[in-house]
Structure formats: structure tokens, C-alpha cells
Design a protein around this ligand. Structure first.
Ligand code: DSN
Length: 434
């Protein structure tokens, strides 16, 4: 039983894995937070390291038999430090939300004030939404984008921070198409005596490639997922930049027992919010960080930006209304109100045409979060397949032919065939991805 392949041991699950792999192979994957990990990353995730308990940190575990996984975790930590220029990292968070939970546990007490980017303007659930632990346990306040520009106004954020006086000021988004001014955020945090936390989950790959501003010199703590633009396994990570020791110390002097803030954050991951680390995923993170340190990773990220811009240009020419007027990163947020179509309908009909996007609130949305007025579209996954500007312009045209004919099922079917033909020109995985 132990050495049987999945196809032999469990044909039912094997067949579903096969179908999902085929779907990924034949589909235009445009969800901005998704990407395709390499086979090497997936192989590490499917390895015998899944069997190992290793609570604690390399060299300080609560279990025997950790001599090899210790080296794996050290490799992951060292590579992440090199990639982001960090002083300290923890690679154990099972997800971005788990990484964020450890940040709250470190810097906030229940009831403390948070000032975060409003989810309905492009922020994230774990930045104070009332339905998430961050909004339930902490006193969450929000800043958002300006109605006229779709962009953040740092003067307005400063005013809000002076009014709220938060214990922690958070940055980071799941649907914001512009870069952040970290220096200005830090200046505001210093003025009001707040910790500054950046959640770079969406843009970590672009930041690693030095194509977007770097938060690490400015934020006291930075979190990320490892599977979006960073193109690794599903998981999370916490990082601390070079200057953090001194700057955090000024806000919250250390207690006698605390040697450094990295140590406090380590404790907030385990035993604070997690049990045993997923050593197979940590091995896959090490592989992904190794890939991201290669020169072709930067070329990939440059192409992500070019592709997102090409698609933004093509959609704008076809009369689509992009929030903020375009993009500086890997994603577009399309306000469909001038096309008389909701986000839900758009997601469904594009899905029928094998183009996968997600419905998304646009700032000042008039529809509910279940309906929405917009869709979010991202370039990372199709860029990983090797597509460039002409293919992204073509994808924009295919999206338009569906969105302009919302009830024409024949057109959706025809588009699905065109998507399939395009995908066949840019092969992804072999028949089964394991
Ligand atoms: N679910 C992710 C996204 O789609 O942006 C954020 O956690």
C-alpha cells in the first residue's frame, strides 16, 4: 500500500487531480492571486517531509529526528533573507492569514486600534474586516482610495491616523493597482506612535525582483504568502527588515526577557498560533526562493508588468473602465458599471468561456459583495506559461467578446475553443502534475 502510485491506490482522487490538471492546462487563468508552481516545488510538497513533526525552530525542536529538516528550514530562511534583504524571517506560517495572526499577537492586545486599508476599496479580509478575527478582536478603522482617482491620498491617511491614533497601521491589498509610498506610511506611523505592518502577499514577487518599492526598510514587520507573484507553494512567511530592532524598540521598549523582536514573532507563530510546521511546504518554499534568486525570475516579473499594462491598454481602448485608470503592478480592477453587467455575471460567463477571473468589489460599489460591480484580473499565471503582450491583448479581445455578448452561449462556447487553442500553444504541465 505504501509504495503504490495514487492512480493505483485511489483512482477516484487520481481522476479528480487529473481533471483539475487538465482544467489548469486548458484554461485562461486570470485570477490575480493565483500562479503555477514549478514541478520541483510540487515535488518537494509531495515528499516524505510531510511525515515529520518539528515543533520549534532549527536546533531547538521538541522532537527528535530533525537533523535534515533543520537544514531544510535553514535553507528556506537563508534564501528568503537573501531574496528580500531581511534580517530575520519565519517561514513556518501555514498561510498569509496565519502570518498575519502572529503579527497581531505580537504587536496588539485585544481591543487595540488598527488602521487598515478598507477591504471594499482593495484591502484584505485580515486587515480588520468585521467578519474576520482581526475585526472581531481589535478596534478596526479604515482608510480608502479617493473617489475621483481610485488612489490612496497620503494626506488623508495622515489625517485619519491622527484622528484614530492606532497601535498598528497596516498596508497591503488584494485589489489595489498602484504601488505604496512606504516612506510616507512610516512617517505617519512615527508621528502617531504606531507599528507599521506591510502585507505584501500580492506583490512579493515583484518586490523581490526590485520592480516595486521595497517595504522592508520602512515597515516594522512584513508578511506575505508564498504562492502568488512569488510563485512558490501555498503558504506564508514573516520578515523583518534591517532597521527594525531599533525602530520597534522606540515604540515599545523590550521587556527584560525579550532578546529581539524576531524572537517574539517566532513565539507568536509557535506556540502562539500554530503547532507543528509543514516541513514539506517549507522544503517547497526553499525551492521556490532558490528559483526566485535566479536571473530569469526578474525577467518573468518584468514580463508580468508588461503584460498587465498591455491588457490594461487594450481594455481601455475597448471602453472598459479601470479603477485608478490603469495599473503599476500585476493586476487590473475593472468597474463594469458602464457595461451594464455585474461582477457575478461577468465571472460566470467568462468562466463558461474558460477564462477564470473573480468578481470583486470596486471602490464605492453600489452592489453587495456577493454581486459586485467589478472583476479583478491578473497577469502572473498566464505569464508563467510564457505569454507576452500580443497574447494578453488577444485575451482582452476574448474577454470583450464574452462581456459584450452576455447571453450568447454560442459565443461563449466559441471563445472557450479559442482559449483552448491559445493555451495549447503555451503548454503547462504534463497530463498529471504529480
Ligand atoms: N484570497 C487572496 C486573493 O485572492 O487576493 C487574498 O488572500
Amino acid at each position: 500500500m505504501l509504495n503504490k502510485r495514487l492512480s493505483e491506490q485511489d483512482p477516484e482522487v487520481f481522476s479528480l487531480v487529473e481533471k483539475e490538471t487538465d482544467r489548469q492546462n486548458q484554461n485562461a487563468e486570470m485570477i490575480a492571486s493565483e500562479n503555477f508552481a514549478s514541478k520541483a516545488v510540487m515535488e518537494a510538497m509531495g515528499s516524505a517531509l510531510t511525515n515529520k513533526y518539528a515543533e520549534g525552530l532549527p536546533g531547538k525542536r521538541y522532537y527528535g529526528g530533525c537533523k535534515f529538516v533543520d537544514v531544510v528550514e535553514d535553507l528556506a530562511r537563508d534564501r528568503a533573507k537573501t531574496l528580500f534583504g531581511a534580517d530575520w524571517v519565519n517561514v513556518q506560517p501555514h498561510s498569509g492569514a496565519q502570518a498575519n495572526a502572529a503579527v497581531y499577537l505580537t504587536f496588539m492586545k485585544p481591543g487595540d486600534k488598527l488602521l487598515g486599508f478598507d477591504l471594499s476599496h482593495g484591502g484584505h479580509l485580515t486587515h480588520g474586516s468585521p467578519v474576520n478575527f482581526s475585526g472581531i478582536m481589535y478596534d478596526a478603522h479604515f482608510y480608502g482610495v479617493e473617489k475621483e482617482t481610485g488612489r490612496l491620498d497620503m494626506n488623508k491617511i495622515r489625517e485619519k491616523a491622527k484622528e484614530v491614533k492606532p497601535r498598528m497601521l497596516s498596508i497591503g491589498a488584494s485589489a489595489y493597482t498602484r504601488d505604496f509610498d512606504y516612506e510616507a506610511f512610516r512617517d505617519i506611523a512615527d508621528e502617531v506612535g504606531a507599528f507599521l505592518w506591510m502585507d505584501m502577499a500580492h506583490t512579493a514577487g515583484l518586490i523581490a525582483a526590485k520592480l516595486l518599492n521595497d517595504p522592508l526598510p520602512w515597515a516594522h514587520v512584513t508578511t506575505t504568502t508564498t504562492h502568488k507573484t512569488l510563485r512558490g507553494p501555498r503558504g506564508g512567511m514573516i520578515l523583518v527588515g534591517r532597521d527594525t530592532e531599533n525602530t520597534i524598540g522606540k515604540i515599545a521598549p523590550k521587556s527584560g526577557r525579550v532578546k529581539n523582536w524576531g524572537e517574539v514573532l517566532d513565539g507568536a507563530v509557535f506556540p502562539g498560533t500554530q503547532g507543528g510546521p509543514l516541513m514539506h511546504v517549507i522544503a517547497a518554499k526553499a525551492v521556490a526562493f532558490g528559483e526566485a534568486l535566479q536571473p530569469d525570475f526578474k525577467v518573468y516579473q518584468q514580463q508580468v508588468l508588461k503584460n498587465a499594462k498591455a491588457m490594461a491598454g487594450a481594455l481601455t481602448e475597448m471602453g472598459y473602465n479601470l479603477v485608478s485608470g490603469g495599473t503599476d503592478n500585476h493586476l487590473l480592477l475593472i468597474d463594469l458599471r458602464n457595461k451594464n453587467i455585474t461582477g457575478t455575471t461577468a465571472e460566470n460567463i467568462l468562466g463558461a468561456a474558460e477564462i477564470t477571473v473573480n468578481k470583486n468589489m470596486v471602490p464605492f460599489d453600489t452592489e453587495s459583495p456577493f454581486v459586485t460591480s467589478g472583476i479583478r484580473v491578473g497577469a502572473p499565471a498566464m505569464t508563467t506559461r510564457g505569454m507576452k503582450e500580443p497574447e494578453f491583448e488577444y485575451l482582452a479581445k476574448l474577454m470583450d467578446q464574452v462581456l459584450s455578448n452576455p447571453t450568447d452561449e454560442q459565443m461563449h462556447h466559441k471563445t472557450a475553443q479559442e482559449v483552448k487553442a491559445l493555451c495549447e500553444r503555451f503548454p503547462l504541465y504534463d497530463a498529471v502534475a504529480i
